[in-house]
Design a protein. Structure first.
Length: 311
């Protein structure tokens, strides 16, 4: 299949594009870094038709939760209205299969863990809200047209490609693992935001999913839609949560270097604990994480960042 990958020059999009190729598909990258605006409906439609696209994977989004609290317009404009433009262009070009990169942030502070897909959705920040609005939009487009979609609610994507060639390097970077690793490599202090959460060690708890396992979930979703699967929403996580301090200790273990840790104030919009119940995607799509133990996640991330520092 020929797949349009929006945001395909980014962290998850790039690795998924490589795995698409390995699985016998062809990825056509559409990315702002190439001057391709997600809100440009004529260009999107032209690209989809010219490339004879069969399905769309939509990764293109701003993802920094903290920034979304200070600049919500940026997030609603790109993540929500940009998604609407993509959906309109996709349908106008005659394509009816779309896989959407969503987030566990739609749940906000959950009413229970592990979190089921049917649990309450109450985002704590504009980033999560923009993703939830897009999910709702996809649902109603699906009811009123031939569009079929699968939304994948990521928990914390982390790690690097198994060949060590691709890893996480957002600008700015807001994620824990790459920021701690960079601090260690640069012999600098790392500021942990908050140690007074209602968790066993006072720090946030997250469900970490290796980026390769996450990418494979997209390919399973693609193949399911191609086989006639109806629209659905899935959590993509492991069901195992780790606190920020547990992650930091694993980085120390893998790197064999101490983390110079300082404690700062909480970040606005941070949920206490986010852990997935992944039973649905396992049952429906046969997905099973292979590389999402914390040591493998940290080891692949460490090796990639260490190699980048020496280039």
């Amino acid at each position: 299949m020929k797949v349009l990958v929006t945001g395909g020059a980014g962290y998850i999009g790039r690795i998924t594009a490589a795995l698409l190729k390995a699985a016998g598909h062809q990825a056509i990258i559409y990315d702002l870094k190439q001057g391709q605006d997600i809100k440009n409906i004529p260009l999107l439609k032209k690209t989809i038709k010219a490339e004879k696209i069969s399905a769309v994977m939509h990764f293109a989004a701003f993802i920094e939760m903290g920034e979304s609290m200070t600049n919500p317009k940026k997030y609603f404009d790109n993540n929500f209205l940009g998604s609407q433009s993509l959906i309109e262009a996709t349908m106008a070009a005659g394509v009816n299969q779309l896989i959407f990169s969503s987030t566990a942030g739609v749940y906000g502070n959950p009413i229970r863990v592990p979190i089921k897909e049917t649990d309450r959705k109450l985002p704590e920040n504009p980033y999560g809200q923009s993703k939830l609005l897009t999910e709702e939009m996809l649902k109603f487009y699906g009811r009123t047209s031939h569009l079929r979609s699968i939304s994948l609610r990521y928990f914390n994507a982390a790690g690097a490609s198994l060949d060590g060639l691709m890893g996480e390097a957002h600008q700015p970077e807001s994620h824990l693992i790459p920021n701690v690793i960079k601090a260690v490599l640069q012999n600098k202090a790392f500021t942990l935001h908050g140690n007074d959460y209602p968790t066993p060690d006072g720090t946030c708890i997250r469900d970490y999913i290796h980026v390769v396992d996450l990418s494979k979930a997209h390919i399973l979703a693609l193949e399911a839609l191609a086989s006639g699967h109806q629209s659905e929403v899935y959590n993509v996580g492991t069901g195992q949560g780790y606190s920020n301090l547990e992650v930091i200790k694993m980085i120390e273990k893998v790197s064999r270097k101490p983390v110079k840790l300082t404690i700062g104030p909480r970040r606005a919009g941070d949920a206490n604990e986010l852990v997935a119940d992944p039973a649905k995607i396992k049952a429906d799509l046969g997905w099973k994480p292979q590389y999402s133990d914390l040591k493998t996640i940290v080891s692949t991330a460490w090796n990639w960042h260490k190699n980048q520092a020496t280039i």
